[in-house]
Design a protein around this ligand. Sequence first.
Ligand code: IPE
Ligand code: IPE
Ligand code: MG
Length: 232
Amino acid sequence: MSVPQHVAIILDGNGRWAKAKGLPRTAGHTAGAKNVETIARDAYDLGIKYLTLYAFSTENWNRPDEEVEALMKLLGSYLKTCKAVAKKNNMRVRVIGDKTRLSDDMQKQIRELEEESAAYDGFDLTFAINYGSRDEIVRGIRKMNKEIMSGDLSVEDITEENFSKYLDTADLPDPDLMIRTSGEQRLSNYLLWQLAYAEFYFTPVPWPDFSKKDLQEAVEAYENRDRRYGKV
Ligand code: IPE
Ligand code: IPE
Ligand code: MG
């Protein structure tokens, strides 16, 4: 099998990485945020076309206020610097998730970044922020139902293919490979619909230490798998 076109990553283990070093959890998030740009570059070098990163889940609001604040601050400042990086690297950037709960400033940053980078086609980077797959599916059902109620859509139009267009990932192909760092082997509400046929790869390496070599190993494991797509 060739290089996966679309790789989705659950960036996990920032807190444990920091704890092991005797540092506060937020130091782990700072190191993790730094690694995002590096890995995006590495993914591009390896021939990956789409990279989707889980940065903040709908459940992450339940963390202590201080930590949520630190995460939002890091994400906000990353989005700001991301504009120049997107331009330099011909990279399209998108955000999936319910943006309405994010601060006005962050929503503005996201809007500008998505608009400015919409025509760049060298690489595709997507951040999942305030993202939860169940929430995304429910929002999709609501959107579709509104169109049915207004008569623009009929019940027969509810097909798998059509429904995909009502998800935040409407313009993205489904991921081929899902990687979760730091040892946990669960999806934590990530891309439940879109990962229906993806290969899963779990590594004990925490996100701040996840390197090009680790990404390469994941890609190689993917390449060596025998994909049957429902065939016997
Ligand atoms: C991932 O690291 C970052 C986010 C979820 C935002 P964690 O903060 O989950 O780190 P651990 O899992 O507690 O080590
Ligand atoms: C999943 O990681 C969410 C993100 C990486 C943003 P968590 O660390 O929040 O997930 P759980 O709580 O271990 O399931
Ligand atoms: Mg975690």
